[in-house]
Design a protein around this ligand. Structure first.
Ligand code: ADP
Ligand code: MG
Length: 592
């Protein structure tokens, strides 16, 4: 074996293996170049998932002849101002993209500087032709044909055209989110996929891309710590998603993939989202370039912060703060969805059945609500309705409270209240569970959980492993007000319980906790584990669905909800209440 120096084209192809992983990566590099060139309009045109053709056309600065020729040389860049890799002001800096793309495709670049002449050059499989005059009007247009034709192995690994086109679309949307002042157009196989006009407000661009729903159901973040600025938008917990895909992070305007963000979002929303649901966020971190290393990954898709702990803390506390501040809100799309559903139901509702005369006992809203579902019930239920109505002394409870005045309880779980805007329907169990949970947490922070001794210890029989597992956690449980001891094999004696759980079914609570510990034993940190246990306990301490409440009790619950952080959702991220405005209701009846 002899050592040899590899030819230039091969070197570039090796680099291309890392930098240009798939067509979307080529699009990313080319569009980043356009952004670096100050373009305010970028048009991307792809065919067959970018495999046969990618065109990126910009109105940026353009290049003169000399620059055009140099741009295709490896490690030639106009963007590293000194020799300091920590001083990065542009998207590019490695001078690798163009030669890499050129080495694996048929490339043509046409460009013109303002007040200069147009020039173009073509490269095929790394072989450069002489630069020739071009009719290019302004900016730069780059055509990449037959990407990877020179590296058939890579070509084989590409996914379907659709999948590659989708990857390109997502890539371009990320770049568009970070650069609202530029217009972006994507055309796929001759059909326009999207156009985002230039806007001055980053929020508008986000709403453009993530949908109006996200805009209406998110809160703004803008905070700074030690020279690091964090801004962006995060969704209300009730607006949650099945995957963590909608979590976008931009560092100095660069879209980055970073596991850091998923962990932060999880931690911040832990209290308000079920484990298999995810929040949508778009966060921008801006910091002096000396505090972050961009040169970690050939495709520049990852970064390394000098102080990751600081960034993590900043993100988590900002998200948590926002979630708390807006915890009372629930997603507006919920009521819209509910309405849509109601409407659909109504359309095929059966004709109104026989109405018993006694049925007109109540006037007002309560009856309207009751009418809305009574037609679907059989006669039997009509005579013994499970709904219960009680006129509340409305004057005593002003309707200007956000959740209004309780007017009725239906199906022993839903409170119907009336406020100035319309109707509020509250899930009493979900709401109360949240209240108890928040009370637990406040107690924890202040002076520890209040406990209450039992006159005689309650004995709970479990299987041996469950009993052991609980006993091994006895110290932790004691801190939560639950003191337990062994009482022979498989039996546990409960000595004290948290005061808030005075009315709970203790043996059921213990069994649920045993299950909870199996599921969550080692995987989570202590705090997360404690919170899970508290949340399980809260569920046991809350009024069950099925319990009848007096009007006073209902109103007390509503007032407490208004004062409790995060009361807009239960511990599993389900909403605790839904509002229907009078307008919504009028729409249902076709009055508007
Ligand atoms: P890098 O972006 O890391 O500098 P590239 O290989 O992507 O490396 O590009 C090489 C050089 O070509 C850039 O530094 C820039 O000077 C020039 N260039 C590339 N694309 C454009 C463009 N669209 N408009 C103006 N100049 C460009
Ligand atoms: Mg570049």
């Amino acid at each position: 074996m002899r050592i040899r120096h590899l030819p230039e084209t091969l070197i570039n192809q090796i680099a291309a293996g890392e930098v240009i992983e798939r067509p979307a990566a080529a699009v990313k590099e080319l569009v980043e170049n356009s952004l670096d060139a100050g373009a305010t309009q970028i048009d991307v045109d792809i065919r067959e998932g970018g495999k046969s053709l990618i065109i990126v056309d910009d109105n940026g600065s353009g290049m003169n002849r000399e620059e055009l020729v140099a741009a295709l040389d490896r490690h030639a860049t106009s963007k590293l101002l000194g020799d300091d890799l920590l001083n990065i002001q542009f998207m590019g800096f490695r001078g690798e993209a163009l030669p890499s793309i050129a080495s694996v495709s048929r490339l043509k670049i046409a460009t013109r500087m303002k007040d200069g002449e147009g020039w173009e050059v073509t490269v095929e499989g790394g072989k450069k032709e002489m630069a020739a005059p071009s009719s290019q009007a302004r900016g730069t247009r780059i055509e990449v044909r037959d990407l990877f034709y020179a590296t058939p192995a890579r070509l084989k690994f590409l996914k379907s055209e659709r999948a590659e086109a989708l990857a390109i679309k997502e890539m371009l949307q990320r770049l568009a989110m970070a650069n609202p002042e530029a217009g972006f157009r994507l055309t796929i196989d001759g059909k326009q996929s999207f156009y985002h006009a230039p806007v001055s407000d980053p929020q508008m661009r986000l709403a453009d891309i993530l949908g109006r729903d996200f805009g209406q159901n998110s809160f703004m973040i803008d905070t700074e710590r030690e020279g690091i600025r964090l801004s962006g938008f995060a969704a209300l917990p009730t607006y949650n998603r099945k995957t963590a895909q909608h979590q976008y992070l931009f560092v100095n305007r660069r879209p980055v993939r970073d596991k850091l963000i998923h962990g932060c979002v999880r931690a911040a929303y832990a209290d308000v989202l079920a484990k298999d649901r995810h929040a949508a966020v778009a966060l921008f971190i801006d910091l002096p370039s000396s505090l972050v290393d961009m040169n970690v990954h050939p495709a520049k898709a990852e970064v390394r912060f000098q102080d990751p702990g600081l960034v993590r803390g900043l993100i988590i506390s900002a998200l948590k703060h926002g979630v708390h501040q807006h915890g009372f809100q629930t997603s507006s799309t919920l009521s819209v969805a509910a309405l849509g559903h109601l409407k659909a139901e109504n359309q095929n509702a059966p004709a109104l059945p026989y109405r018993s005369p006694s049925y007109s006992m109540n006037a007002g809203l309560a009856e309207a609500v009751r009418n809305s579902y009574m037609p679907q019930m059989g006669l039997q239920e009509m005579q013994m309705p499970s709904a219960r109505f009680e006129e509340a002394p409305v004057a005593a409870i002003p309707e200007h409270f956000p959740l209004g005045a309780a007017r009725a309880q239906i199906h022993e779980n839903y409170i119907i209240a009336q406020n100035e805007q319309g109707v509020v329907i509250i899930d009493q169990h979900a709401a109360h569970e949240r209240l108890v949970y928040e009370r637990f947490k406040t107690q924890m922070e202040k002076h520890g959980i209040e406990k209450q001794g039992l006159l005689t210890p309650e004995l709970v029989e479990l299987d041996e492993a469950d009993a052991e597992r609980l006993l091994s956690r006895a110290d932790m449980l004691a801190k939560l007000g639950l003191e337990i001891e062994s009482f022979g094999i498989g039996t546990i004696a409960v000595q004290t319980i948290p005061a808030l759980l005075a009315k709970a079914n203790i043996s059921k609570l213990i069994k649920d906790l045993a299950d909870e510990l199996t599921e969550n034993d080692e995987a989570n940190g202590l705090e997360e584990r404690l919170n899970h246990i508290l949340s399980t306990m809260a569920c046991h301490g809350s009024v069950r669905s099925g319990r009848r409440l007096s009007v006073d009790e209902m109103n007390a619950l509503l007032r407490q909800m208004e004062e409790t952080p995060l009361s807009g959702q239960c511990n599993h991220g389900r909403p605790t209440y839904i509002k229907l405005s009078l307008r919504d209701i009028e729409k249902l009846f076709g009055r508007t």
